[in-house]
Design a protein around this ligand. Structure first.
Ligand SMILES: Cc1ncc(COP(=O)(O)O)c(C=O)c1O
Length: 362
């Protein structure tokens, strides 16, 4: 195969072709050294430059204030489910959790292994299709933090407005919508995100944390690799970081800057989701169950009128080079993940196929 397919996988997800081409072109001979970037010490001057440049590009793109640290960790968002509770709570302090889907539910369960975690909104009563009125959350003013997930990748539900939680630090799992639009970092205590949707390959996780919150775990005996201070105090190089993933993340950030940054990518993402939801809403063959206000711009689940046709839909899509459309096993149906690197052309191909499939099977 000499042509790229249209990749709608939820993560690991499609990467910009230019990024892969650059990685390919310098794989054997990075910076004219006759070695790949994977084969050089993370303590070398060249690698440290690369790592710092990636951090600076992330800071530029997200406009990260200087009183925030950027940490590069491993263990995915799953490890952050534990790290947040381990690092951000004082003794006997509890946390507040907003449960809007499978991922925030998982985060809650892990946090409950460490300390008391209150559920201040439970979206299971809406079958995770709605969030209702955010101002109704029963916040606890003495909580160590409030945790939510800005985009539920499986359910396809996104909270784009920033919740107002007063002085309690707001903690967000932004794994599947970070870098998809501009956000005001200063409204958050901590943001974490696995890279494998909008930032790069799996294996590296970004944590953006307000510096004053680091004092909470500064003198505790949390294992070093789970303590944010370890990363903050060593430029995330206490141990050997995932060097290749960090390098690729850097290339994706450079690509994003070239696209015009987050305001430009947000416009593109807006158009992409609008094309797809408009088509779904105007068809009598496909449907999406999420309350319009909370529909995800990144992950679009949809259902066929006749669920018995699901496999046929997937097979036909695969034949046309439209990959990764099967919905998550817990919710069924289909899901198109349309992250930053998905092009308008990919959206057109998907909608064309959906139209033809509906015509043939309606
Ligand atoms: C919103 C969200 N949170 C957490 C995770 C878990 O990430 P990881 O597998 O990197 O731990 C995912 C993975 O898809 C996700 O989409």
């Amino acid at each position: 195969m000499n042509k790229r397919t249209y990749n709608f996988y939820p993560g690991p997800a499609t990467l910009p072709t230019e990024v892969l081409e650059q990685a390919q072109s310098e794989l054997l001979n990075w910076q004219n050294k006759g070695i790949s970037v994977m084969e050089i010490s993370h303590r070398s001057k060249e690698y440290i430059e690369l790592a710092m440049k990636a951090e600076q590009d992330l800071r530029d793109l997200l406009n990260i204030p200087t009183n925030y640290k950027v940490l590069f960790m491993q263990g995915g968002a799953h490890l952050q489910f534990s790290c947040t509770a381990l690092n951000l709570l004082d003794k006997n302090q509890s946390s507040d959790y907003v449960v809007t889907g499978i991922w925030s539910q998982k985060a809650l369960k892990e946090a409950q292994k460490i300390a008391k975690a209150n559920v201040i909104f439970d979206g299971s009563k809406y079958n995770f299709t709605d969030i209702g009125d955010v101002s109704n959350w029963q916040l606890n003013s003495d909580a160590g933090y409030v945790h939510y997930c800005s985009n539920e990748t499986v359910g396809g539900l996104q909270l784009r407005e920033l919740p107002n939680v007063g002085d309690v630090p707001l903690v967000c799992d932004m794994s599947s919508d970070i870098l998809s639009r501009p956000i005001d970092i200063s409204k958050f205590g901590l943001i974490y995100a696995g890279a494998q949707k909008n930032m790069g390959p799996s294996g590296i996780t970004v944590v953006i944390v307000r510096e004053d919150l680091l004092t909470r775990s500064a003198n505790t005996n949390i294992p070093s690799m789970l303590n944010y201070n370890t990363y903050a105090g060593s430029d995330s190089m206490y141990n050997t970081p995932p060097t290749f993933a960090w390098y690729l993340l850097g290339l994706v950030l450079k690509w994003l800057k070239k696209q015009g940054g987050l305001s430009e990518i947000a416009k593109l993402n807006y158009s992409k989701q609008q094309m797809l939801y408009d088509y779904i809403d105007n068809s009598n063959f496909y449907s999406n169950k999420i309350t319009h206000k909370y529909r995800s711009y990144m992950n679009v689940p949809f259902y066929l009128k006749d669920e018995n046709l699901n496999q046929q839909f997937i097979d036909g899509a695969n034949k046309r080079g439209l990959l990764g459309l099967k919905g998550h096993r817990l919710v069924g149906g289909m899901r198109a993940s349309i992250y930053n690197a998905i092009t308008i052309e990919a959206m057109q191909k998907l909608i064309e196929y959906m139209q033809e499939f509906a015509k043939e099977n309606n």
